[in-house]
Design a protein around this ligand. Structure first.
Ligand code: FPP
Ligand code: MG
Length: 353
C-alpha cells in the first residue's frame, strides 16, 4: 500500500507552542513543568505508534498515515497540562492523552470524506489516496482502538468517551443539516462548534484532572476552559480562512466559504444585509461566487469580506470566548499550569495576526 508513511512531522516544540519560552515563563517551576509536559508528550507519541498497530500491513499504513503527517497534539498536551494539577504523567493520564488524540484522528478521517477535502496536514487526505471506503473504515478502526484503550481506564472514562463521541457526531450532523425553522443561525453555528470541537477539547482537559487524581473542584473549571477555547479556536479559523495561507495546507483564501461552510463572518454579513444595502451587495457577490466557484470577482469579494467590520466582530467574538475560557480557570491555584493555560488561550487568538 502506498504512499509510505511520512516521517512524523510534529510541529514546533511544545514549549514554544505554549509560549513557555517567553520571559514570563522563566521561573524554575515553569521550566520544570514545560520539561515534564515535553517528556509526557514523547511517551504519548510512542504510545500512539504502539496503539496504531493492527498486525495488518494495510491497516497499519492507513491508520498511521495522519498521525505521522503531523498535527499539533493540542488535545494530549491539554490532558498532560491539567494532570500537573494532580499526580502528573501517571500511566492512566498517558493512556487518556492517547485516547483523545486517537479519537480526534478518527474524526479527521471521517470529516475529510464528508468535506471532500483534498488535503490534511499538508498531505493528500486519506480518501484522496485510498478512496472513501478505506478512509471511513480507517476512522472506524481508530475509534475501535480508542474504545479499547479507554475501557482500560474504567467505567467513568467509558461514559465520558461515549458522551464526547455523541457530541462530536451531533455537531457534525447539525452542521450538515443546517439550522431548522425557528433556529437562530448564529446560535446554531456556535452550538455546532461547541459540539464538534469544544467537546473533545473539554474532555481532554477533564481527563487530565480525573486520571491524575487532582482535586474535584478543578474538573468543571478545565472542562469549561476546554469547551470555550474550542469555540474560540474555530472562530479564529473562520477569520484565518479569509486570508491566503502561508503554511503548507495548500488552502487558498475563502476555502471554507467556497465549500459552502457558513462561517461566522458570512452569518454576520447575512444579518447586516437585512438592513444595510452595501452588506447586501457584498453578500450577493459572495453567494454568486460560491455558486459558480472560481472568478476574479469572487476573489475581490473575499478580500472585501476580510476588511469588512463583520470580520473584526468575528475576531472580537473569538477573543470573548478565549477570555471566558481564562475566566473559567478562577478555581485553579496560581502557578505554572494556570499560567500555561492562560498563555495557550492568548496564543490561540494571536494566530490570526
Ligand atoms: C473538523 O471540522 C471536524 C471535527 C472537529 C469533528 C468531526 C467529527 C466527526 C466526523 C464525528 C465523529 C467521528 C469519529 C469516528 C470519532 P472542520 O471541517 O470545520 O475543520 P477542518 O478545517 O480541520 O476540516
Ligand atoms: Mg473539515
Amino acid at each position: 500500500m502506498s504512499p509510505a508513511i511520512p516521517a512524523t512531522r510534529r510541529s514546533k516544540a511544545l514549549s514554544s507552542q505554549l509560549g513557555l519560552t517567553e520571559r514570563i515563563f522563566s521561573s524554575r517551576d515553569d521550566r520544570a513543568m514545560a520539561a515534564t509536559i515535553e517528556d509526557g508528550l514523547a511517551l504519548v507519541e510512542e504510545g500512539l505508534l504502539r496503539e496504531l498497530e493492527f498486525a495488518d500491513n494495510i491497516a497499519d499504513v492507513t491508520s498511521r498515515y495522519l498521525l505521522s503527517a503531523g498535527g499539533k497534539r493540542v488535545r494530549p498536551m491539554l490532558t498532560l497540562l491539567t494532570a500537573q494539577l494532580g499526580d502528573g504523567n501517571v500511566p492512566a493520564v498517558l493512556a487518556a492523552a492517547q485516547v483523545v488524540e486517537i479519537t480526534h484522528l478518527a474524526s479527521l478521517y471521517h470529516d475529510d470524506v464528508m468535506d471532500e477535502a483534498e488535503q490534511r496536514r499538508g498531505v493528500p487526505s486519506a480518501q484522496a489516496v485510498w478512496g472513501n471506503s478505506v478512509a471511513i473504515l480507517t476512522g472506524d478502526l481508530l475509534f475501535a482502538r480508542a474504545s479499547k484503550l479507554v475501557a482500560s481506564l474504567g467505567e467513568r472514562a467509558i461514559i465520558l468517551q461515549a458522551d464526547t463521541f455523541e457530541r462530536l457526531v451531533l455537531g457534525q450532523l447539525n452542521e450538515t443539516a443546517g439550522p431548522q425553522e425557528g433556529d437562530d443561525p448564529i446560535e446554531h453555528y456556535i452550538e455546532v462548534l461547541a459540539n464538534k470541537t469544544g467537546s473533545l477539547i473539554a474532555a481532554a482537559a477533564q481527563m487530565g484532572v480525573v486520571f491524575s487524581n487532582a482535586a474535584e473542584e478543578y474538573e468543571n473549571a478545565v472542562m469549561l476552559f476546554g469547551e470555550r477555547i474550542g469555540v474560540a479556536f474555530q472562530l479564529v479559523d473562520d477569520v484565518i480562512d479569509l486570508s491566503p495561507r502561508a503554511d503548507d495546507t495548500g488552502k487558498v483564501a475563502g476555502t471554507d466559504l467556497r465549500a459552502g461552510v457558513p462561517t461566522l463572518p458570512l452569518l454576520y454579513l447575512r444579518r447586516s444585509a437585512l438592513t444595510d444595502p452595501q452588506a447586501a451587495g457584498l453578500l450577493a457577490r459572495l453567494e454568486a461566487g460560491i455558486a459558480s466557484d472560481e472568478s476574479p470577482e469572487f476573489e475581490s469579494a473575499i478580500a472585501e469580506l476580510r476588511e469588512h467590520p463583520v470580520t473584526a466582530t468575528t475576531l472580537a467574538e473569538a477573543q470573548r470566548w478565549a477570555d471566558d475560557a481564562v475566566a473559567a480557570l478562577a478555581p485553579l491555584p496560581d502557578g505554572s499550569v494556570k499560567k500555561a493555560l492562560t498563555r495557550f488561550a492568548e496564543a490561540m487568538v494571536e494566530r490570526s495576526r
